[in-house]
Design a protein around this ligand. Sequence first.
Ligand SMILES: Cc1cc2nc3c(=O)[nH]c(=O)nc-3n(C[C@H](O)[C@H](O)[C@H](O)COP(=O)(O)OP(=O)(O)OC[C@H]3O[C@@H](n4cnc5c(N)ncnc54)[C@H](O)[C@@H]3O)c2cc1C
Ligand code: SF4
Length: 598
Amino acid sequence: MAAAPGIAAEVAKTLPKVDVVLVGFGWTGAILAQQLCDAGLSVLALERASSRSTPVTWATTFDQDELRYMWRHHLFQNVKYSTLTFRNNVNQTALPMRHLGSFLPGTGVGGAGIHWNGQIWRWLETDFKLKSHNEQRYGTAATADLTLQDMPLSYQEIEPYYDMFDKICGTSGQAGNLKGAKQAGGNPFEGPRSMPYPTPPLPMTFGPKLFEQAAASMGLHPFPHPAGNLSEPYTNPLGMQLGKCTFCGFCEKFGCGNYSKSSPQTTLIPYILTKPNFELRTEAEVLKIERSPDGKHATGVTYIDTAGVEYFQPAEIVALTAYQLHNVHLMLLSGIGQPYDPASGQGVVGKNYCYQTMSGVDLFFDDKLLNPFIGSGAMASVIDDYNGDNFDHSGLGFLGGAYIAGMITGARPIEMVRVPDGVPKWGLEWKRAGTKYFLRNMGLSVHGSSYPQAGNYLSLDPTYKDQFGRPMLRMTFDFPPNDLKMAKYCTDRATEIAQKMGATHVHPKPRTGPYDITHYQTTHNVGGTMMGENRTNSVVNKYSQSWDVPNLFVTGAGLYPQNPGYNPTGTLAALSFMTADAIKTRYVKALGAPLVAA
Ligand SMILES: Cc1cc2nc3c(=O)[nH]c(=O)nc-3n(C[C@H](O)[C@H](O)[C@H](O)COP(=O)(O)OP(=O)(O)OC[C@H]3O[C@@H](n4cnc5c(N)ncnc54)[C@H](O)[C@@H]3O)c2cc1C
Ligand code: SF4
């Protein structure tokens, strides 16, 4: 690819130039690498941590050691090397997190795609026009306390890319809407799919079946959870072969040695590594995006290796594929885009940071064995009746919603010894109850939306520095009153289903404030590099291209102006396919030009 005119890089230890440099090699990095290598561009992926592969790192005989993986964070970002500071609101002083709990970013080749659950969702059609849709239906007062924003694209535009991701993953599920025709047994609220799921839905065990029967008897619409844990052997369009899930129950927070979980390693990376125009450089942490003197063109990135040697890697295109929190951090450190200021409401980088409002209901059955050790990351029966705007919010005092899932992901012996409320937390009584209910409990997951409010944002910390002497990322976040009301309402609905399931003990656990960053909820951090219609309300355009630096593309959940009640990866993967398409069909023909008029 020819260089854009007038660009010259002058930094020590300059390496040979590539067409595209990727900052991070997880889900979004792998998607861009595959798509752009196939289009003939030279692609270099810089990944801060080590290389990992299914047959070597997770051979089928490997020990699914819960202590090592789940509790000692063997696969997750290590706070010794990278952390952030946190406060609930602007009146507090943020402090560095010495242990990550609430969310667990990945590190190393494959990113968090290694240890994700494989819950693969699409947004509702209305989620793409969330602000205007809600204002039209409920009036402008309904959105006044929230900084909601529409996406600059529609469900119909992104649908072909959702379909691409489903085909790469071999997603198991039952369509509810095929080209506008409702399908029995699927999600009746979903937008039209161009194709059915590539593989049939996962079979369900007793617990999710009880949920399905109870929900159906209440007039709700249960369907099998869409899963990247495969129901049958599958070969994807790149020739990658996946096997049938064995319901080993060590899926969420673990790697899969069985080739049954869709991950970058099982669906994309072995294919990419055969490409002569691809290079992967591991243990290479990107410190900054470098720019031309006028600031309008990214010349490449500076990275550091484990020996502490710094390099300048020139590139014609820079793609930030480093997970939402790190993408925002690198944008702020590189001085690209105006940082958001909650006092004035000006600026966009770091704005609309949102999370996921998770609640649940615990169920214990005296008279039923559920055998929850038979589980997978996405084995569940789900209802979407209380998600998004699938129900009338008039008079409820909140917007948004949640999917409710009767889900069994396994029975990990430390994490999942659950006892009914009121049982002591230790001693003989706890042991007796733990033994009695180990095979007789399950949870309903209430997977709620997270909507933005002006005081929730990401910024550079004024005090604390990271291992390279740069300001740490600072998170300021608490659950908006809107989301807590939503969580209460949806947890009440889940409780009704739990009671109908005939559980002996039913314990609702609605989300309450303040937000506690120390206890695991989800790794669904979104916002901060929002996608939008123009440069004053967003960081990137609909093709994930920076408004300020047109040869910089930013991927991931940072693009979301708010978080609908779904897991994020289906949509961020689809957006990555859309970005790749725009780069290879349009951007390369007019290097340096904006794909949307600024
Ligand atoms: C336990 C768990 C379960 C999950 N389950 C689900 C689920 O079921 N469904 C769902 O939709 N989502 C799920 N997620 C979230 C999902 O994993 C992420 O949405 C997805 O991996 C994001 O893809 P990404 O490419 O943006 O980031 P990642 O996949 O995390 O990849 C980013 C990569 O960039 C690297 N990197 C970071 N900074 C730098 C730097 N400065 N220089 C070089 N490299 C860098 C990281 O090491 C990492 O490898 C889960 C996450 C976790 C932790
Ligand atoms: S539950 Fe299935 S997909 Fe998940 S790790 Fe086990 S075999 Fe793999």
